[in-house]
Design a protein around this ligand. Structure first.
Ligand SMILES: Cc1cc2nc3c(=O)[nH]c(=O)nc-3n(C[C@H](O)[C@H](O)[C@H](O)COP(=O)(O)O)c2cc1C
Length: 176
């Protein structure tokens, strides 16, 4: 595990962020390792040159564990090149323009954001019948209140091609 270039870290509740992390790990090949955010311990991230963090959005927020991680390891992260990928219902366009961009800046502090070489939306996936009863209930109540802003349809916008494109872009920006 020593001396590799990339470390992919991810948080997942229902598995799609993990599948995307695994696809990315395959794309980056021998140069990358993969781990859940919750398994990071002192001394691990120090060994890598580039840290890639994969997060889903739940209820308009990054998962708390991801925020704790960013705070806890901030000092080390500020010495690394960082990339983020996000899974959600929003399209890339919605996130990169309008309120989406502010949303990213709200959840990634300005100093950490300065080290971000790439961030991207890699789709998202959700099947209502696989959700916990509380998540299903929150979404249904949200839909009643916010109508068009909340989507309760099943969807799968993930794809190996999006991940391949992300890996290609990453290799390109790292070289520059
Ligand atoms: C309870 C819940 C709330 C969600 N809230 C949002 C949201 O606010 N905005 C959004 O764009 N996507 C939202 N999503 C979609 C998820 O980000 C998407 O399904 C993602 O792929 C889930 O990742 P996971 O399978 O790794 O848990 C939500 C999904 C769930 C289950």
């Amino acid at each position: 595990m020593d001396e590799k270039k990339y470390l992919i870290l991810y948080y997942t509740r229902y598995g799609s962020t993990k599948v995307t992390a695994e696809r990315l790990n395959d794309e980056l090949g021998m140069e990358s390792d993969l781990m859940q955010i919750k398994d990071v311990k002192k001394g691990i991230i120090e060994k890598y040159e580039i840290i890639i963090i994969g997060n889903p959005i739940y209820m308009m927020k990054f998962p708390k564990k991801a925020n704790f991680f960013l705070e806890k390891y901030k000092k080390v992260l500020l010495t690394k090149k960082l990339a983020f990928y996000i899974l959600c219902t929003m399209t890339e366009e919605q996130v990169l323009t309008g309120y989406g961009k502010n949303w990213i800046l709200n959840y990634i502090s300005n100093d950490i954001f300065r080290n971000v070489v790439l961030y991207s939306i890699l789709g998202g996936e959700r099947y209502m019948d696989k959700l916990s009863s509380s998540d299903r209930m929150f979404l249904k109540i949200g839909k009643k209140i916010y109508k068009d802003k909340i989507n309760i349809e099943d969807f799968n916008h993930t794809s190996p091609e999006k991940v391949r494109e992300f890996a290609k872009k990453l290799n390109k920006v790292i070289k520059n």
